[in-house]
Design a protein around this ligand. Structure first.
Ligand code: ADP
Ligand code: MG
Length: 606
């Protein structure tokens, strides 16, 4: 096979490394070794001589002599073609494959096939995008022990892969029960080893624009609260990053809603004091919140500016710290900055994030780059991703929120109404999340359109918004100031703070991923008010929902999510999830990932 042809096939298979190829294992094997014994109702490969034939009613009967067993067997073809007549002519010596059955006490072969390749076990890859023969040719050409050892596998690991691809050569018996535990463990290892190596190869280094060495100590001690230990750790990770000049930081800080990421953002801005820091956040409400916090907490000699579509505060051209929405991307005189931060990074496209970074870069040099994410990922995933981008986790929130979660159904509706009444009497607010705006046949729950009449008739201060609502932010702001009940779709995910919100009802909760449910539930109890989350469902015995109801820690929920589906749908771009592993189980195999990381580090240091 030509190199060019191989390249084309690799592309079709969407693979990039030798181990990618090696990990495409045969889906099954066709055993074409000559049968050693006759076992009824099993597939056989037999060396035969055609003794006699009889042609009747379109059928062909042939009596075959089985050399190995010194015995005859009848073969039947239900629709005899010219091909059959020619192949199974009296006197022909053949090797046939087919199922042996017993018919009226006699052995019989039903529609056997004449085969030319026998005495071998043929792996069947069944990859669909390329032909079986092409797949085999790739494996033949590229898979060998030397290359596998060069990739960093041990003898045993390399042999395991080779055995699975070339069972004959290695005298390897494929068990009908599937792969042994030992082999599965090895495959898990190779899979994570390969994945981590690939992530690592994506890591890019650029020199930093500046070393940012302003001490955030005074700022931290001026705060009206103590930092949590996770906040400390994130800040000190960042401090180490920003002191580098040969390497611009690339770090993601992941912490639940309410885990106190804004303080980490502000501390970073303090470290960059005098050298230019920019923060992009997804909504103007959020920008304003951060701006207000910045005015309140940052040293008074820091110049802070706010940039939003149609409204500005301060002078961004001369600020130490510019906070803005994506309106930042449309400025043509945004000064160079040595620190770029993106809050709620997953709400931006990869392009938008790259654009901001490029806008404030200087030639080869890049600003230090910090991303903040409110979507917890499982520890195991963070362990792997940290090979590509540095990761700081803020796993604990400053105060435990008091949120009681309950799975409810139709029969609980009266009780729900009573609860809503009593909350409204205390001036608390209610959020009800519906699956859709308009009604749909496919979804067995009410839509906003169907439900709003019910609420509007009963209560004042009912507000409605949804994803495509152009006035979403205005509605949310008005609701925050004077609303009672907000009807919305899941878009309410956007990070705005509704301090009086104490109850969320999620209609059709079983239809949503745990990550989304968690984001939604994070809307209530933001001011420490005791709160409730009702998961309204037609399937009240859902185990997944029951488990979700028991914890409020986002990292625990990410792990639960893993248990209930292959992987999360969570972040885009830089941190990829939804990564499907064939053998590796992110929920269980932490030690294997650790071992793979250790091996990679060992190889690099030698
Ligand atoms: P996030 O951005 O992670 O969702 P915020 O930064 O908005 O969370 O913080 C939520 C609230 O917690 C804010 O009112 C903030 O002032 C407060 N906060 C942050 N850190 C602490 C802390 N260590 N102790 C007490 N309160 C804190
Ligand atoms: Mg935040």
């Amino acid at each position: 096979m030509e190199k060019e042809e191989a390249k084309r096939l690799f592309k079709k298979l969407k693979i990039r490394t030798l181990l990618d190829l090696a990990l495409i294992l045969p889906a099954t094997y066709e055993d074409r070794r000559l049968s050693q014994e006759l076992i009824p109702s099993k597939e056989h490969v037999l060396q035969v001589k055609v003794i006699s034939t009889r042609n009747s009613g379109g059928k062909l009967y042939a009596t075959l002599y089985m050399t190995a067993f010194n015995q005859q067997i009848d073969a039947i073809f239900f629709k005899a073609t010219a091909y059959h007549l020619k192949t199974f002519a009296v006197g022909a010596n053949l090797v046939v494959s087919g199922r042996v059955t017993t018919f009226k006490g006699n052995l019989q072969l039903t529609q056997p096939k004449s085969i030319s390749q026998y005495g071998v076990v043929i792996p069947k890859y069944r990859v669909k995008v390329i032909k079986e023969s092409q797949m085999r040719a790739l494996i033949q050409k590229y898979l060998n022990k030397n290359l596998l050892l060069k990739e960093g596998l041990t003898d045993k690991e390399a042999d395991t892969l080779l055995k699975l691809h070339f069972p004959d050569r290695y005298n390897f018996e494929i068990s009908k029960e599937g792969l042994s535990d030992e082999i599965t463990q090895i495959l898990k290892f190779i899979e994570s080893f390969n994945h981590i190596k690939k992530l690592k190869s994506k890591k890019e280094f650029y020199p930093a624009i500046s070393r940012l060495d302003n001490d955030p100590g005074d700022f931290i001690s001026s705060l009206p609260f103590e930092l949590t230990s996770d906040q400390w750790r994130a800040i000190s990770d960042i401090r180490k990053d920003l002191l580098q000049t040969d390497r611009a930081a690339k770090r993601v800080i992941i912490g639940d809603v309410g885990s106190g990421k804004t303080i980490v953002i502000l501390a970073s801005a303090v470290m960059a004091k005098g050298k230019g820091a920019v923060l992009m956040a997804p909504t103007s409400i959020l920008c304003k919140q951060i701006y207000e916090e910045a005015l309140k907490f940052l040293p008074k000699d820091m110049k802070i500016a706010l940039v939003m579509q149609g409204s500005m505060e301060g002078d961004y051209r001369n600020a130490d710290f510019v906070i803005g929405t994506h309106a930042l991307l449309y400025l043509d005189d945004l000064p160079k900055a040595s620190l770029v931060m993106v809050d709620e990074q997953h709400r931006f496209g990869t392009n938008q994030r790259a654009m901001l970074e490029a806008m404030v870069s200087k030639g080869e040099k890049r600003p230090h780059y910090l991303q903040f994410s409110a979507t917890p990922i499982p520890r195991t995933q963070a362990m792997m991703e940290s090979e590509m981008i540095d990761v700081s986790l803020i796993e604990h929130t400053p105060f435990e929120k008091l949120i009681h979660t309950e799975v409810i159904g139709k029969k609980d509706f009266k009780r729900l109404l009573a609860h809503i009444e009593s909350e409204l009497k205390q001036n608390h607010q209610i959020l009800i999340v519906y699956p859709l705006v308009e009604s749909s046949e496919e979804i067995p729950y009410q839509s906003i359109d169907e439900a709003r009449g019910f609420w509007e008739k009963r209560y004042d201060g009912v507000y409605v918004t949804h994803g495509k609502d152009k006035n979403k932010e205005k509605v949310l702001q008005e609701f925050r100031d004077k609303g009672k009940i907000l009807l919305a779709t899941t878009v309410i995910e956007v990070g705005i703070s509704l301090p009086q919100l104490t109850t969320i009802v999620i209609v059709g909760a079983e239809r949503l991923g745990l990550a989304t449910l968690h984001q939604l539930r994070g809307r209530v109890g933001r001011n420490g008010l005791e709160s409730r989350c009702f998961l309204y469902t037609n399937k009240p015995d859902s185990k997944r929902l029951a488990q979700f109801a028991k914890t409020t820690n986002g990292f625990d929920i990410a792990k639960l999510d893993l248990k209930y589906r292959a992987s999360g749908d969570i972040l885009d771009g830089t941190i990829q999830s939804g990564q499907k592993f064939k053998w590796l189980d992110l929920a269980e195999d932490e030690h294997i990932i650790e071992e793979a990381k250790r091996r990679i580090r060992y190889i690099e240091s030698n």
